[in-house]
Design a protein around this ligand. Structure first.
Ligand SMILES: [Zn+2]
Length: 401
C-alpha cells in the first residue's frame, strides 16, 4: 500500500523556526550538535538534558557574556538573563555579548540578539530588573541552576542565599584586575558562599573593577569556567567545583585550588541556619544605593565650584590620589600622591593651604580627605565625582575612562 503523502510536507518547519520539543532533536539540531552527540559522555541523552535545562544568568556583563554565549551554543534550551543596565563604551573591552553598535541600548536586548544569532533554538527569558530580595525567589523559581555574574557583594550574597533557600546550585565566579575565582555553591552537600565568606568585607575596602581595573580577557577565562561547570552539572558528568575554590592568576597563568568545607555553623546552609528568608543585602554589605564614601563630615566640592574658584585665581592646592598610570591618561595638573602612599608622603602637603582632593570618581579621594582630617588638616575638600565628572561637565577635552 502506498501513501499519497510521499513527498515532504509543505508544513515542514522552516529552518529558522526553533524546535521546542524536549524529547527529541530534529535533523538540524542533530547536525548542529554533532560534535556533542559523538561524545559518549554527552550523546543524545546529554544533549536532550541540555535542551531541557533552564539556566539563569545574573548579569549580562563580563562574566555573563561568555556564559550566555557558550551555553546558548551548547544547546541549553532556556536561558534567563537578569540585567537592567545600558551598554556603555567602557563595557566593550570585555563584555563580548555587546558590540559598538549596541552602545546606549539595553544590555538585555543586545544580549538577546547575540544569543539568537548564535542559536535560534534557545528560549531567552529577559528580566529587566535589578535582582532584589523582593523578586529573587520568584525569578529563580523556574530555573534549574544559577550562574552568578554579578560584580558586587550585595547581589552576590543575595544570589547565594536565594540559591540555598531554593536548593538550586550557584555557579560562582568573580574577577578583579588579573585574578579570578570560581566555584559551585549551594548544592545539597556542598558549601555555600557564606561558608567561605560569612561576612562581606567592610565597604570601600575592595575597589570595584571601575576603580581598580580588570584585564578584559579575564572575565572570558572565568566565565568559560563557570559555563563549563554549568554544563557538567546539567549533564551530571565529571567532577564539579563543589567543595573547591579555583583561583586564577592570569598574569602568572597559574591555577590553584583551595578545599572548601561546608561550615556546620554557616548562617545560610549550616545545621541551624539564621538566614531563613532573604534580607536587606545593601544594609548587610554596608552600602545604600550607589557606592558612596561613607563619611558625612566630608565637605564635597562640585566640579563647577572648582572651575569657578580656579578661574577666579583662588589659591587652591589640587591633590590627585590616583595611580601614576591614571595620571597619564588625564590630569588636572594636580600634585600626584597615590592614596596608598599618602601616609608616608603627607609631609609634602601644607596644612595651611586649602586642599581639593580628587581621584577618578570620588571614592579614593573621600578616604584621603578622611585621613588628612585625622592628621589635622582642616581645610580639605573632596571633589565630588572625581576627574570623570570634570570631563563630563567642565572640559570635554579631558578623556573619561
Ligand atoms: Zn554555607
Amino acid at each position: 500500500m502506498t501513501s499519497v503523502f510521499r513527498g515532504e510536507s509543505v508544513l515542514r518547519r522552516s529552518d529558522s523556526m526553533p524546535n521546542r520539543s524536549t524529547t527529541e532533536l530534529d535533523k538540524d539540531e542533530i547536525l548542529r550538535y554533532s560534535r556533542h552527540l559523538t561524545l559518549p559522555e554527552v550523546g543524545m541523552e546529554g544533549q536532550l538534558r541540555l535542551k531541557r535545562a533552564k539556566v539563569l544568568c545574573v548579569g549580562a556583563g563580563g562574566l555573563g557574556s561568555p556564559v550566555a554565549m557558550y551555553l546558548a551554543a551548547a544547546g541549553v534550551g532556556t536561558l534567563g538573563i537578569v540585567d537592567f543596565d545600558i551598554v556603555d563604551i567602557t563595557n566593550l573591552q570585555r563584555q563580548i555579548l555587546h558590540g559598538t553598535a549596541d552602545v546606549g541600548q539595553k544590555k538585555l536586548d543586545s544580549a538577546a540578539e547575540t544569543i539568537a544569532a548564535i542559536n535560534p533554538n534557545v528560549e531567552i527569558r529577559k528580566f529587566e530588573t535589578r535582582l532584589t530580595s523582593a523578586n529573587a525567589l520568584d525569578i529563580l523559581r523556574d530555573f534549574d541552576l544559577v550562574v552568578d555574574g554579578t560584580d558586587n557583594f550585595a547581589t552576590r550574597y543575595l544570589v547565594n542565599d536565594a540559591c540555598v533557600l531554593t536548593g538550586k546550585p550557584n555557579v560562582y565566579g568573580s574577577i578583579f584586575r588579573f585574578e579570578g575565582q570560581a566555584s559551585v555553591f549551594a548544592t545539597k552537600d556542598g558549601p555555600c558562599y557564606r561558608c567561605l565568606y560569612p561576612e562581606p568585607p567592610p565597604p570601600g575596602v575592595v575597589p570595584s573593577c571601575a576603580e581598580g581595573g580588570v584585564l578584559g580577557i579575564l572575565p572570558g577565562l572565568v566565565g568559560v569556567i563557570q559555563a563549563t561547570e554549568a554544563i557538567k552539572l546539567i549533564l551530571g558528568a565529571g567532577d564539579s567545583l563543589v567543595g573547591r575554590l579555583l583561583l586564577v592568576d592570569a598574569l602568572a597563568m597559574r591555577f590553584r585550588e583551595l578545599k572548601l568545607r561546608k561550615n556546620p555553623d554557616c548562617p545560610a546552609c549550616g545545621n541551624h541556619p539564621t538566614v531563613t528568608e532573604l534580607i536587606d543585602y545593601e544594609q548587610f554589605c554596608g552600602i545604600r544605593g550607589e557606592e558612596k564614601p561613607g563619611t558625612a563630615s566630608i565637605v564635597d566640592m562640585t566640579v563647577e565650584e572648582l572651575k569657578q574658584r580656579m578661574d577666579a585665581g583662588d589659591d587652591l592646592f589640587v591633590l590627585d590620589v590616583r595611580e601614576p598610570n591614571e595620571y597619564q591618561i588625564c590630569n588636572l595638573g594636580g600634585h600626584l600622591i597615590p592614596l596608598n602612599d599618602l601616609p608616608k608622603r603627607v609631609s609634602e602637603l601644607d596644612a595651611s593651604k586649602e586642599i581639593v582632593v580628587h581621584c577618578k570618581m570620588g571614592g579614593r579621594s573621600a578616604k584621603a580627605v578622611d585621613y588628612l582630617k585625622q592628621q589635622g588638616f582642616s581645610n580639605v575638600h573632596n571633589l565630588a565625582g572625581g576627574i570623570n565628572a570634570w570631563a563630563e561637565r567642565i572640559d570635554p577635552k579631558v578623556p573619561k575612562y
